[in-house]
Design a protein around this ligand. Structure first.
Ligand code: PLP
Length: 362
């Protein structure tokens, strides 16, 4: 395959995938392992697909050192469907759940959960204009919360927890945009979920990692398809799963292992974000407003000194193969999403362009 035309894709999601993974998928596309068919055309009940799916799960377990008392589910409906699935499975009728509001994604989770019960917003970053995280000492947690929900990385705002909240209730975390970016201790959480289309694989898949004792308490009204226990009892194959997305995610997990796993990713991601933030902070032309201790490693929003230059900046970036740098429509400005699949060469290319643009326009 000619990769000379591959751009640097800074999209927040669906995001860049490792080139080696795409090449492997291409090589296996028409004839998977000499079987004469593609993965897309395989029965999900076949021995070949079952083995492939189980290997993907095992590789993810290895990467995150997932303890054996956690189930790993490969579900559909994206992270957004989890916003409803979580209360339907974990919030009993008449119960209360605590939520932390740190931006657009955690607010979406709050709004959806409110359809199913009493939601206590125990802390909010709103008084901080969503530029910093509310310190845990000021959180107003409920005595009997069924769980505490938060988003470890706000993909749009660029605000990331660099610490794990200490709470008594099971911690439920939306890790869509920073899972696999560095090591975590799975046992800190009751449940972790992540839409695939950033650090895992293609869209169409959401990964749920859930402690076994939290299974089996879904409401009677919970649709069968949304019941975690049903999914767990059926190996995430109660119905036909997103077979190709699962396969491709498996290739990403293999690639991650070859790279040295999440410890290697941490080193690489730290160096990437350090270089980009240092450049932004060192310039009077670009700025990032997030409190340094809460800055995201994965999504770096930044502004130009004069927003009238935004479209020229984006056009120049596009022309150099630096794609999808436009910030989310709700916040404007720019955003560089620098997930695992992007290497330091992407940061170098971006910083070189930013410096050049500044020189021309400052
Ligand atoms: C942190 C976070 N949570 C949830 C979502 C929603 O994911 P999905 O589109 O898979 O429903 C996103 C999507 O970008 C996200 O970044």
């Amino acid at each position: 395959m000619d990769v000379s035309n591959r751009a640097f894709n800074f999209c927040a999601g669906p995001a860049a995938l490792p080139e080696a993974v795409l090449q492997r998928a291409q090589a296996e596309m028409l004839d998977w392992h000499g079987k004469g068919l593609s993965v897309m055309e395989m029965s999900h009940r076949s021995d070949d697909y079952t083995a492939l799916a189980q290997k993907a799960e095992q590789d993810l377990r290895d990467l995150l050192s997932i303890p054996s008392n956690y189930k790993v589910l490969f579900l559909q409906g994206g992270a957004s469907q989890q916003f409803a699935e979580i209360p339907l499975n974990l919030l009993p009728e008449g119960g209360v759940a605590d939520y932390i509001d740190t931006g657009i994604w955690s607010r979406k989770a709050i709004d959806e959960a409110r359809r199913y019960g009493t939601i206590n917003v125990a802390a909010s970053a709103k008084p901080l204009d969503y530029l910093d995280l509310p310190v845990q000492a000021e959180w107003k947690l409920s005595d009997q919360a069924a769980y505490v929900h938060y988003a470890s990385n706000e993909t749009i705002g660029g605000l990331e927890f660099q610490w794990v909240p200490q709470v008594d209730a099971p911690l439920v975390v939306d890790m869509s945009s920073n899972i696999l970016s560095r090591p975590i201790n799975v046992a800190d959480y009751g449940m972790i979920y992540a839409g695939a289309q950033k650090n895992i694989g293609p869209s169409g898949l959401v990964v749920v990692i859930i402690r076994e004792d939290l299974l089996g308490n879904a409401r009677a009204s919970c649709p069968t398809m949304l019941n975690y226990k049903v999914a767990a009892d059926n190996g995430s194959m109660y119905n036909t799963p997103a077979t190709y997305s699962w396969y491709l995610s498996g290739l990403v997990f293999e690639w991650l292992k070859e790279q040295g796993g999440v410890t290697a990713m941490e080193q690489r991601n730290r160096a990437k974000k350090d270089k980009l933030y240092a450049f932004i902070d060192g310039s009077d032309f670009y700025s990032n407003p997030i409190a340094p201790a809460a800055r995201s490693w994965m999504n770096v929003p930044f502004r130009l000194a004069d927003e009238r230059l935004d479209s020229a900046f984006l056009a120049g970036a596009d022309a150099r193969g630096l794609l999808n740098l436009k910030g989310h429509r709700s916040v404007g400005g720019m955003r560089a999403s620098i997930y695992n699949a992007l290497g330091m060469n992407a940061i170098d290319a971006l910083v070189a362009y930013m410096a050049e643009f500044e020189k021309e326009h400052a």
